[in-house]
Design a protein around this ligand. Sequence first.
Ligand code: ATP
Ligand code: MG
Length: 457
Amino acid sequence: MTEVPLTSPPDPAAPRIVPASGIQPQDVDQDALRVLSRLQRNGHEAYLVGGCVRDLLLGRKPKDFDVATAAQPRAIKRLFRNGRIIGRRFRLVHVVYGPHVIETSTFRSGPVQPENGAEAEPEDLLITEDNVYGTAAEDARRRDFTVNALFYDPNAGVILDYVEGLADLEAGVLRTIGAPPVRFAEDPVRILRAIKFATRLGFRIEEHTWAAMGEHAHALSRSAAPRVAEEILRLLRSGTALGAFRMLRACGALATLFPEIDGFLGRRDDPDPAAHDRADLYWRLLEALDADVHAGNEPTPAVLLAVLYLRLVEHRASSQRESSHAWTESAADLIEPLAARARLPRRAVEGAKRIIAHQFRFTQPATHSARLTLFLHSEDFPEALHLFRLRSAAWGQGWDVYEGWLERWKHARELPATELEGLRRKRRRRGGRRRRQRGGDPEGGASEGLAPDGPEG
Ligand code: ATP
Ligand code: MG
């Protein structure tokens, strides 16, 4: 006789529903609330989802408010005159209120495996197609980390938890939804996202999640380069770059993405004390960057990349006869190949090369000259000086030199525009003459024809 259970087993698709007592209703964005309420009034299941729910529960200010709903894009669009369907890979709707956009997406189910075509290995889990609509439960489970998969209904005042995310949120734990090796194989960029959330929120990465990050870090080389570059820039400007880069190194992602930097930092058990000093200076620059971000400064992508490479260039240049030329050459030699492989944004890479090479000038005695004036007025100057400030803070020296340059910069701005234009014209004429003599200038023009190619004078 088969045994009949007295109670039916719990529905695995049913969420835990708890009152959202930790959230202040006034912290919810009014436009997001409007979108959500209209969807619900028209009979569509809809919630606030993702980072905003996590941040509201943690008492942090959400960056943006995202809505997920059972309604499909065309149905959403019909409800909002200000709705625009966007995206090819995932179609979603942007509901636009002036400069403010509420991203509204239809519940999706888990990843679709690539077809067993020519390129896809049978065991290949990398997500290539991601546009199959699903239920709220499926939508929660396809997300990356448990704390990122909570659904919030502000009208009902409840949180829906399909993945035990609330427990992790309370414990300060970052954990993948489902088996970590599978989730990182599907999308290795999640490794960088894990590091971003762990450092930003001060969360501990759960041990199986961490172990799988180490196993899959090598696969980051197969991820879309622009996504990787974007996450790296985010980590650098996060205010927790030091912790993030230590984690990147510890899980092997730094060795995959930037082997030269990883090599430069040496091995922990290196008997040579110089190797430790080298690493120490590297980390101190990231620490200075974090302090600078916390002080409210916003480093540009060029400054961020320059911070990443400065120590390597400096080290290479100091092994040659120190000259501006050595800096320029070293910057180009080191940054070019890495930047090309990581496909970092071109503009930022070119800027980083120039502002690193300009560093040499800051420690040279400043003489009053046309060249100096043009440097002070060049497009690169603010970023170059920003990098010099970070350097001075990191090394704990040169602060007076920095202030001297700041002073000079202030004075330079008082120069009448006509005088500046005169200097620029003269410079262009000289540059043109030189180029003709040399038979063309393959270096091309850095800002104001001021390629960092020599001491002032
Ligand atoms: P932030 O505060 O930085 O915006 P966020 O959690 O909102 O953090 P987003 O990148 O804006 O992160 O993504 C929104 C949500 O989409 C995430 O919370 C997560 O649920 C889901 N998500 C984003 N990227 C992935 C991914 N690569 N894999 C699975 N789910 C993802
Ligand atoms: Mg977000």
